[in-house]
Design a protein around this ligand. Structure first.
Ligand code: 2NL
Length: 341
């Protein structure tokens, strides 16, 4: 009776379909495992007549060897077939490996939003070199010979004879546009600029600005105001107020700083706006006739306005970023918070 059972299990072991990992596992549970049929048969030795026990034990050992050998052989076969995941052995319940997409840099997001707004008003884009000559960065823009911006303390000069410099604003791009194209001109020049400043939470030697230039017949300060009013409403929301404060730049006359109502406290006063309710986003003015003449545009016939705004400054306001250094440290914990690609 017991011997027949061994023969029966031996047949099953030989015939068992072992083509995937699940079947191997079932086979182990059913036959060779601690609670399997073979273990049961070993337990049953106590019910075998004493004179037959030796033979029973031998047959049972043979069965065990046979089962283990078959298991090992099939296991090795499956492993050799590579960890090729086939439809039958792939675990579809495994969690997926997350796809970590990149995000766009906040300065990129803000720059592109600015560009989109001015494009709707007919501005095109212009670019120019970051390494400039004195003419395009300073002289054409009416900077006097002894102006402090021309000092080594403020500007990075390059080359053995220091005749070239890293542009301190993108006005240099617009000087090139005025030299090469005739009015009407409506152009926007976003770009990286350099100033010789100590790095802190509020200042950096490398930053970004966007400048705009509009030149045609009969362009007035009213056009400047309306253009920038439309811009801030689109950029910061319809409840944003704008205010112009008299100022001075060598290249514009008259000149005005551009303030907007504080986005955080809506004008009530907070520490972002230093309790004033207003924050500065840039400067503007009517292009000085001398600058037009320097670029061979007749100031008797044409007039224009120009403005410059800091991209970091606007990104800080928009996203409430408190330290300028975050823009350049490339800390993924910071970068990942912005719109993904
Ligand atoms: C600021 C101030 C300003 C301009 C930039 C400009 C360019 C040309 C001629 C005249 Cl070619 N003006 N640009 C005018 C006024 C202010 O920038 O605070 N920028 C961050």
């Amino acid at each position: 009776m017991k011997f027949e059972e061994i023969a029966q299990v031996a047949q099953e072991v030989a015939a068992y379909d072992l083509t995937n990992k699940e079947q191997l596992e079932q086979f182990r549970n059913l036959y060779t495992g601690r609670k399997g049929r073979i273990a049961d048969l070993f337990d049953g030795i106590k019910n075998v007549a004493p004179e037959q026990r030796k033979a029973y034990g031998q047959e049972l050992n043979a069965l065990k060897e046979q089962a283990l050998a078959r298991f090992k052989e099939k296991q090795e076969e499956l492993e050799a077939a590579g960890n090729n995941q086939t439809e039958t052995n792939f675990d579809f319940t495994l969690p997926v490996v997350p796809q970590t997409l990149g995000t766009r840099h906040p300065l990129t997001l803000v720059r592109e939003e600015i560009i989109r707004i001015f494009e709707r008003m007919g501005f095109n884009l212009s670019e120019g070199p970051e390494i400039e000559d004195d003419w395009h960065n300073f002289s054409a823009l009416n900077f006097p010979e002894n102006h402090p911006a021309r000092d080594m303390q403020d500007t990075f000069f390059v080359g053995a004879d220091a005749t070239m410099l890293l542009r301190t604003h993108t006005s240099s791009v617009q000087v090139r546009v005025m030299e090469n194209e005739k009015p009407p001109i409506r152009t926007l020049s976003p770009g990286r600029v350099y100033r010789n400043e100590a790095i802190s939470a509020r200042a950096h030697c490398i930053f970004h600005q966007v400048e705009g230039l509009f030149i045609d017949e009969n362009v007035s300060f009213a056009d400047l105001k309306q253009t920038l009013y439309y811009f801030v409403q689109e950029m910061f929301g319809a409840d944003t107020q704008i205010r112009f404060r008299p100022s001075f730049f060598p290249f514009t006359e008259p000149s005005a700083e551009i303030d907007i109502s504080c986005l955080i406290c809506k004008g009530a006063g907070c520490n972002i706006c230093k309790q004033t309710g207003w924050v500065e986003i840039g400067g503007s003015g009517m292009v000085d006739p001398e600058v037009l003449r320097n670029c061979e545009i007749d100031p008797e016939r044409y007039s224009g306005f120009a403005f410059g705004m800091g991209i970091e400054r606007m990104a800080m306001l928009k996203y409430q970023i408190k330290d300028l250094r975050l823009f350049t440290e490339n800390d993924v914990r910071f970068l990942r918070q912005f719109e993904s690609l």
